[in-house]
Write a protein that binds this ligand. Structure first.
Ligand SMILES: [Zn+2]
Length: 62
């Protein structure tokens, strides 16, 4: 198994770092800005999180 297939090709995973914490969606200046009210996501607990509003997936990279 050498290739990793994305489980949901329609949703790109947004890579974030600890410098981006606290993580909010939409992120300031991003294309999603204005899509829904800004919500803060507790990504530091699990290392990845999905926005309950727009389904955007975020992954924390060290
Ligand atoms: Zn969102």
């Amino acid at each position: 198994m050498t290739q990793a297939q994305p489980q949901t090709p329609q949703q790109a995973i947004h890579k974030v770092t600890r410098n981006d914490l606290p993580l909010s969606c939409p992120r300031p200046g991003e294309a999603l800005d204005g899509l829904h009210p800004r919500v803060y996501l507790a990504i530091e607990k699990t290392g990845s999180v999905t926005c309950p509003y727009c389904g955007a997936r975020y992954q924390l990279s060290e």
